[in-house]
Design a protein around this ligand. Sequence first.
Ligand code: ZN
Ligand code: ZN
Length: 207
Amino acid sequence: MVSETTGLVPQDLHIHTTFSSDDGAVVPEQTVELVDRYRYAERMGISDHMEYVLGEQFDCYRRTLESHNFYVGTEVSGWSWVREALGLDANYYVYHCRDRAEDYRGAELLLSSGKPVIVAHPNALGTDLARVDPQCLIEINNRYVWRDDSWRELSGYRDRFRFVVGSDAHQPHWLNQTIARRVMAELGLTEALLFPVNLPAEDAVSL
Ligand SMILES: [Zn+2]
Ligand SMILES: [Zn+2]
């Protein structure tokens, strides 16, 4: 679970910061700077809710993340946001796919960008994975995966999908993936690593 070389987990692409300004779970201390200070994954991306980083704000969002050497993601809440999402200069999408035909279509449309599309916390949204395009990645989400037993069903999809682990951190003490990684190990799934390591230069020397 943790690299012997770096002491870090391999990847976390689902992290929120104060850019998600109206998300009541985000605390004021959860700044991009704080997440950078407490890096715990070899590959890290920030994925604030798209509705809070739209328009002119997106450029500031992207530049801030890049200045801290984070990949630029955004969390897209279903079909109605997909067309606008396709116009954003993001590296990847974290996607809310509820159990309705237009949301499954939305995932396919996002895939047409050629960028990774991570289906977020399917158990929290009632996503029917049998209807999700197999090019999507399925997230094992540390915030939600323990809330029911449906994670056991993921083993039936091991040949259909690739999987990633996400913290969905909204607060500094959520910056970990302890339960999600245990679930991943119990299921015997391998994590898909989507990007090169992006540790800051001084930390990467020991790699
Ligand atoms: Zn979400
Ligand atoms: Zn989220």
